[in-house]
Design a protein. Sequence first.
Length: 133
Amino acid sequence: MVNVIVIVIITAFVALAAGYILRLTYAKLNVRSAEQTSKRIVEEAELIAKTKSKEILLDARLAVDRERKEFEHKVKERKQSVLNMENRLIQREENLDRRISAVDKKEKDLAGKEKDFSSKERLLSVKFHKSIR
Protein backbone atom coordinates (compact mmCIF):
# COMPACT_ATOMS: atom_id res chain seq x y z
CA MET A 1 0.00 0.00 0.00
CA VAL A 2 2.82 2.34 0.74
CA ASN A 3 4.17 1.51 -2.66
CA VAL A 4 0.87 2.42 -4.24
CA ILE A 5 0.78 5.73 -2.34
CA VAL A 6 4.34 6.47 -3.37
CA ILE A 7 3.51 5.60 -6.97
CA VAL A 8 0.39 7.80 -6.82
CA ILE A 9 2.42 10.66 -5.33
CA ILE A 10 5.20 10.21 -7.91
CA THR A 11 2.61 9.97 -10.69
CA ALA A 12 0.87 13.06 -9.37
CA PHE A 13 4.21 14.85 -9.17
CA VAL A 14 5.16 13.73 -12.71
CA ALA A 15 1.69 14.73 -13.98
CA LEU A 16 2.00 18.07 -12.24
CA ALA A 17 5.49 18.59 -13.70
CA ALA A 18 4.31 17.48 -17.15
CA GLY A 19 1.32 19.86 -16.90
CA TYR A 20 3.60 22.67 -15.81
CA ILE A 21 6.01 21.96 -18.69
CA LEU A 22 3.10 21.74 -21.15
CA ARG A 23 1.71 24.99 -19.80
CA LEU A 24 5.12 26.71 -20.23
CA THR A 25 5.47 25.28 -23.74
CA TYR A 26 1.95 26.39 -24.64
CA ALA A 27 2.64 29.86 -23.20
CA LYS A 28 5.89 30.08 -25.17
CA LEU A 29 4.02 29.05 -28.33
CA ASN A 30 1.36 31.65 -27.64
CA VAL A 31 4.07 34.29 -27.06
CA ARG A 32 5.81 33.28 -30.29
CA SER A 33 2.50 33.33 -32.12
CA ALA A 34 1.70 36.73 -30.64
CA GLU A 35 5.18 37.97 -31.54
CA GLN A 36 4.78 36.66 -35.09
CA THR A 37 1.33 38.22 -35.34
CA SER A 38 2.59 41.53 -34.00
CA LYS A 39 5.59 41.37 -36.35
CA ARG A 40 3.27 40.64 -39.28
CA ILE A 41 0.98 43.51 -38.25
CA VAL A 42 3.97 45.87 -37.96
CA GLU A 43 5.25 44.78 -41.38
CA GLU A 44 1.80 45.28 -42.90
CA ALA A 45 1.53 48.68 -41.23
CA GLU A 46 4.96 49.64 -42.58
CA LEU A 47 3.95 48.49 -46.06
CA ILE A 48 0.69 50.45 -45.83
CA ALA A 49 2.62 53.49 -44.55
CA LYS A 50 5.08 53.24 -47.46
CA THR A 51 2.22 52.88 -49.92
CA LYS A 52 0.38 55.85 -48.42
CA SER A 53 3.61 57.86 -48.40
CA LYS A 54 4.14 57.07 -52.09
CA GLU A 55 0.52 57.97 -52.86
CA ILE A 56 0.81 61.26 -51.00
CA LEU A 57 4.11 62.03 -52.73
CA LEU A 58 2.58 61.19 -56.13
CA ASP A 59 -0.47 63.34 -55.36
CA ALA A 60 1.81 66.20 -54.31
CA ARG A 61 3.87 65.86 -57.50
CA LEU A 62 0.72 65.80 -59.61
CA ALA A 63 -0.61 68.85 -57.79
CA VAL A 64 2.68 70.70 -58.30
CA ASP A 65 2.68 69.73 -61.98
CA ARG A 66 -0.94 70.84 -62.36
CA GLU A 67 -0.23 74.17 -60.62
CA ARG A 68 2.91 74.69 -62.75
CA LYS A 69 0.96 74.04 -65.95
CA GLU A 70 -1.79 76.41 -64.84
CA PHE A 71 0.80 79.06 -63.96
CA GLU A 72 2.56 78.62 -67.31
CA HIS A 73 -0.80 78.90 -69.09
CA LYS A 74 -1.61 82.14 -67.27
CA VAL A 75 1.86 83.51 -68.03
CA LYS A 76 1.41 82.59 -71.69
CA GLU A 77 -1.99 84.32 -71.77
CA ARG A 78 -0.54 87.43 -70.12
CA LYS A 79 2.39 87.49 -72.54
CA GLN A 80 -0.03 87.20 -75.46
CA SER A 81 -2.14 89.99 -74.00
CA VAL A 82 0.94 92.19 -73.62
CA LEU A 83 1.99 91.39 -77.20
CA ASN A 84 -1.48 92.28 -78.46
CA MET A 85 -1.36 95.59 -76.59
CA GLU A 86 2.12 96.29 -77.94
CA ASN A 87 0.93 95.57 -81.49
CA ARG A 88 -2.04 97.90 -81.06
CA LEU A 89 0.29 100.60 -79.71
CA ILE A 90 2.67 100.10 -82.63
CA GLN A 91 -0.24 100.40 -85.08
CA ARG A 92 -1.42 103.58 -83.35
CA GLU A 93 2.11 105.00 -83.45
CA GLU A 94 2.36 104.15 -87.15
CA ASN A 95 -1.01 105.81 -87.80
CA LEU A 96 0.10 108.88 -85.85
CA ASP A 97 3.40 108.96 -87.76
CA ARG A 98 1.50 108.82 -91.07
CA ARG A 99 -0.83 111.59 -89.94
CA ILE A 100 2.10 113.71 -88.74
CA SER A 101 3.85 113.15 -92.07
CA ALA A 102 0.67 114.14 -93.92
CA VAL A 103 0.29 117.27 -91.79
CA ASP A 104 3.99 118.14 -92.31
CA LYS A 105 3.56 117.69 -96.07
CA LYS A 106 0.46 119.90 -96.07
CA GLU A 107 2.32 122.53 -94.04
CA LYS A 108 5.20 122.48 -96.53
CA ASP A 109 2.77 122.66 -99.44
CA LEU A 110 0.95 125.54 -97.80
CA ALA A 111 4.22 127.31 -97.01
CA GLY A 112 5.27 126.87 -100.64
CA LYS A 113 1.92 128.15 -101.89
CA GLU A 114 2.09 131.05 -99.45
CA LYS A 115 5.56 131.90 -100.70
CA ASP A 116 4.35 131.59 -104.29
CA PHE A 117 1.31 133.78 -103.58
CA SER A 118 3.54 136.27 -101.80
CA SER A 119 5.87 136.54 -104.76
CA LYS A 120 2.93 136.78 -107.18
CA GLU A 121 1.35 139.44 -104.99
CA ARG A 122 4.58 141.48 -105.05
CA LEU A 123 4.83 141.02 -108.78
CA LEU A 124 1.25 142.12 -109.27
CA SER A 125 1.75 145.00 -106.92
CA VAL A 126 4.79 146.15 -108.89
CA LYS A 127 2.88 145.78 -112.17
CA PHE A 128 -0.09 147.59 -110.74
CA HIS A 129 2.08 150.48 -109.54
CA LYS A 130 3.80 150.67 -112.94
CA SER A 131 0.52 150.68 -114.75
CA ILE A 132 -0.80 153.43 -112.53
CA ARG A 133 2.10 155.74 -113.23
